[in-house]
Design a protein around this ligand. Structure first.
Ligand SMILES: [Zn+2]
Ligand SMILES: [Zn+2]
Length: 208
């Protein structure tokens, strides 16, 4: 174990350094690197020349335990960072919040199914054209194609009022847009950390 340096250690090391300066050369452990560190074999800094040998910095730190401490510290830091990472559930929640913000900004308070205006608060709902219960992961957070602002009545009471919503999207965006959307209906993708984090970054940029 590394005992740290104090004044008497320092004095004894200087004494040993003076007497052993001719031995200074290549590291006595790895025999590769030049050695500048005079290390105490016992860790007790004895006033005894056989207790001292020359090591390179790496071997010295390995020998006296400092390297172990650094590794342990690094591991602790890594564990701490891992704990700080948001869970998949939290990422999905964050992504959904961004979807809602984008939809609200884009559809400007107008129900995309029935055309009701001035939607705010609980009356401003974010609705899937292809419902999330039947679409694969790809369309669940596809704000550009599958998410629309709907009033409470359309979304909750009329189950999305999908016939009207579909018709309006078709009029606004065209047949090809709708065909492409329906082609992706069953595409399932892994809603993993990488997908969610990338999508979050992308949508954050959209909101700027
Ligand atoms: Zn060495
Ligand atoms: Zn409506």
């Amino acid at each position: 174990m590394w005992k740290g340096d104090n004044a008497s250690h320092w004095a004894i090391r200087s004494w040993a350094r003076r007497l052993l300066k001719d031995k200074k050369g290549t590291c006595e452990t790895c025999r590769l690197k030049p050695a500048f560190d005079l290390a105490s074999k016992s860790g007790e800094h004895k006033r005894d020349l056989t207790d001292w040998f020359y090591l390179c910095r790496t071997c010295h730190m390995n020998y006296d335990g400092r390297m172990d401490n650094i590794r342990k510290w690094g591991k602790k830091l890594q564990e701490k960072n891992l704990k700080k990472r948001p869970t998949i559930v939290q990422l999905k929640k964050r992504l959904w919040e961004l979807c809602k913000q984008i939809v609200r900004a884009r559809d400007m308070g107008i129900c995309q199914a029935c055309g009701a205006k001035g939607l705010v608060g609980v009356n401003a709902q974010t609705s899937h054209l292809i419902p999330s219960s039947i679409c694969g992961g790809l369309l669940r957070y596809d704000v550009e194609r599958n998410l629309y602002l709907c009033c409470y009545n359309c979304n909750i009471n009329l189950g999305g009022n999908l016939a009207e919503l579909y018709r309006n999207v078709l009029i606004k965006s065209g047949q090809m847009f709708v065909d492409n959307l329906y082609m992706d209906k069953n595409k399932s993708i892994q809603l993993d950390r990488i997908f969610l984090e990338n999508k979050i970054e992308l949508y954050k940029k959209l909101l700027k």
